[in-house]
Design a protein around this ligand. Structure first.
Ligand code: ZN
Ligand code: ZN
Length: 318
């Protein structure tokens, strides 16, 4: 399976500003002062090996949209945040005018998770088939509502693709075009659902917009069971731990440190921090990643956990 991240920011899309770009450039120049490079390749190798990740990359711009590739002709994608727009371009390029079947799995219908759908190209083209899966009764209503006047010029009924809504039941595993999917209820305003995906002996958890109260042992064990032995856990790490347990308690999100603890309990292999706070810049996000890695090292028993931070364009093969 391959996991491809099209959108990794929480709440609202964020773009790098001119000042951000200039600052990265200035810091890179300072870092390289005295060095000479004779080719693009030489400079590229230096930037990749020696500069901080937050100088050479940027973390999530688009809101949540994560693709799973299984080798099937069908597409699988979690959430329709603003990352759905470039994902749609990818579908067009790969299909080369052939119609597609796209299976969407919706964690919930907050705006940051549906806002990309009106810009998802295949929705406009007859022949394409889109199946939107989720546990919420209001799933279809939410998609229709955001394309109603006066908020959007093209109504949902004007879309050319065949669009179908499929109701899933929590904790009931179904198979969708060869991919096994199990939804699981999470604590979040209006409820959200995590998904466990299994294919070819590999498992991926998509668990965003989910608050955890680890002092409640039963709750922690419930999620450790859901994450059990997963190869990849994509986890809502919107806040730092101190924020998550103080000022932002009950805001419906979790932290980098809670992600490490739950993945350790579950003996998961790879934690991917996701749904980044829009107020955090790249340096802050890299700091949260380093903090999580340090915490993992300090608390490691006989099981090592890999920790990454998601960014738009990240691909993970498993
Ligand atoms: Zn969200
Ligand atoms: Zn939400």
């Amino acid at each position: 399976m391959r996991v491809r991240f099209w959108g990794t920011r929480g709440s609202i899309p964020v773009a790098l500003t001119s000042a951000d770009v200039r600052d990265k450039l200035v810091q890179a120049l300072l870092h390289a002062s005295g060095r000479t490079f004779n080719s693009y390749e030489e400079a590229h190798a230096y930037a990749t090996a020696e500069l901080d990740f937050s100088l050479t990359h940027t973390f999530g711009g688009h809101t949540p949209c994560v693709e799973l590739e299984t080798g099937s002709d069908s597409y699988f994608v979690c959430d329709m945040g603003s990352g759905a727009r470039p994902f749609g371009q990818h579908v067009f390029a790969k299909q080369a005018r052939r119609p597609s079947t796209v299976n969407v799995f919706m964690s919930h219908v907050h705006w940051d998770h549906i806002m990309g759908f009106p810009f998802f190209g295949p929705a406009y083209v007859p022949g394409h088939k889109i199946r939107i899966h989720g546990c919420h009764d209001v799933l279809e209503q939410a998609f229709r509502l955001q394309q109603s006047p006066p908020c959007f010029p093209v109504g949902f009924d004007q879309l050319g693709a065949t669009i179908e809504f499929v109701k899933l039941e929590p904790d009931r595993t179904v198979e969708v075009d060869g991919l096994k999917v199990t939804p699981h209820l999470q604590l979040h305003s209006g409820d959200s659902f995590g998904f466990r995906f299994e294919h070819d002996g590999k498992s991926v958890i998509y668990s965003t917009d989910s608050e955890h109260k680890l002092e409640n042992r039963a709750e922690a064990e419930n999620f450790a069971e859901f994450f059990r032995n997963a190869d990849v856990v994509i986890f809502d790490a919107m806040y730092a731990l101190a924020e998550a347990i103080s000022v932002k308690a009950d805001w419906g999100h979790s932290s980098n440190i809670v992600g490490v603890e739950l993945c350790q309990m579950a003996r998961a292999k790879h934690l991917v921090l996701f749904h980044h706070e829009p107020a955090n810049n790249d340096a802050t996000l890299e700091g949260l990643l380093k903090e999580a890695r340090r915490f993992e090292e300090l608390t490691r028993g006989d099981h090592a956990l890999k920790v990454s931070a998601a960014y738009d364009g990240l691909e993970i093969d498993l």
